[in-house]
Design a protein around this ligand. Structure first.
Ligand SMILES: Nc1nc2c(ncn2[C@@H]2O[C@H](COP(=O)(O)OP(=O)(O)OP(=O)(O)O)[C@@H](O)[C@H]2O)c(=O)[nH]1
Ligand SMILES: [Mg+2]
Length: 330
């Protein structure tokens, strides 16, 4: 599933430090010559690809980036220190566009790839540079040059890792809302979700899983009943599926097979994807273990788990299992 994640950020490279006006002042040395050093160069702004990142979500909190300016030149012909570069880490596949949003500046494609997007200004010249045969004591220096500043768009096509499938009202959107910061519409009637929605679940400090919530499937979806099965194309490229089943329904196993049948009719690729069956709404029923066992007996080869998305019970364990599954899927 492709979703565009995009942010507009402001970049300001460091200004160059000004050159210095200075003269050699030592005992017994009259008319010591000019010795003002050059200013340091301003830091660049550098984009670096990081394969650990999946989204541009961090840019929600920080949109302005500024590199350090160069230091002033100093006496005794000492140059000012250059400013540090500002490094901005972006996920692989991030495209950098100019402020107009459509002129492509650069495409970040490989891990650890670097691209200098804004150059720091050069430092100014100290007065030692202006010494000549006719002017032995110049009082002239130049200021540093300004660092480049610009607005750019970063755009990323997201591909979800996990697709959430199930009948309407199974609790797919509720599940997405508790494990990610997405805020899908949730309501107690079928077809609340009308178009796909993505969320990003954080696993530990470093890993992220992109989950796609799509409208529910009912019997005959492949013939266009309900909202049809056209949304399934959005999860065709997911690595794995979470199949949510409402455990409180009259016949959960039958409901499971209805959705499976629609998947199989839609495409072989989709029907062969690894899935975890998650029996949701376990808070409503007395004893879930009986239903779990009958699922395990009826459906071989898929993992069966229990959760209550509404109370956030078991959701963490489902995420852990799906994370493990993703790690082992090439
Ligand atoms: N008791 C209980 N209710 C739940 C649970 N999860 C979801 N619900 C309720 O079930 C109803 C449907 O939830 P949604 O998340 O909208 O279901 P959905 O699968 O996204 O439905 P569609 O978008 O229509 O396909 C809502 O009223 C939720 O509050 C749960 O674990 N326990
Ligand atoms: Mg929904």
């Amino acid at each position: 599933m492709h979703f565009i994640d995009e942010v507009k950020i402001f970049l300001k490279a460091g200004d160059g430090g000004p050159g210095c006006v200075g003269f050699r002042r030592e005992k017994f040395i009259e008319y010591g010559g000019p010795n003002g050093g050059d200013g340091g160069k301003g830091g660049d702004i550098v984009l670096v690809c990081d394969s650990q990142l999946n989204t541009l979500i961090d840019f929600r909190y920080k949109q302005h980036f500024k590199a350090q300016s160069g230091e002033n030149g100093k006496g005794q012909n000492r140059s000012g220190k250059s400013g540090d570069d500002e490094i901005i880490y972006v996920p692989i596949g991030t495209q950098v566009f100019a402020e107009d949003g459509c002129t492509l500046i650069y495409d970040m494609q490989e891990d650890a790839e670097r691209y200098t997007i804004a150059r720091g200004g050069d430092g100014g010249q100290g007065n030692a540079r202006f010494k000549s045969s006719v002017n032995q004591a110049p009082r002239r220096s130049t200021p540093g040059y300004d660092g480049q500043e610009l607005w750019v768009w970063l755009k990323l096509k997201l591909i979800s890792d996990v697709g959430l499938i199930g009948m309407p009202n199974a609790g797919k959107s509720t599940f997405l809302s508790v494990c990610t910061s997405a805020t899908p519409k949730i309501a107690d009637y079928p077809f609340t979700t009308l178009k796909p929605q993505l969320g990003v679940a954080r696993i530990g400090d470093f890993d992220e899983i992109v989950i796609a919530d799509i409208p529910g499937l009912i019997e005959g979806a492949s013939d266009g009943i309900g909202l049809g099965d056209k949304f399934l194309r959005h999860i065709e490229r997911c690595k794995t599926l979470i199949h949510l089943v409402d455990i409180s329904a009259a016949d959960p196993i039958h409901n499971y097979y209805i959705v499976r049948k629609e998947l199989e009719q839609y495409s072989e690729i989709l029907s062969k994807k690894q899935e975890i069956i998650v029996l949701n709404k376990c808070d409503i029923i007395e004893d879930a273990s009986h239903t779990v066992r009958s699922f395990q007996d009826a459906i071989k080869g898929s993992m069966v788990m229990v959760c209550s998305a509404a109370t956030n019970f078991g959701v963490g364990s489902v995420l852990k299992e799906i994370h493990k599954m993703l790690k082992s899927t090439p």
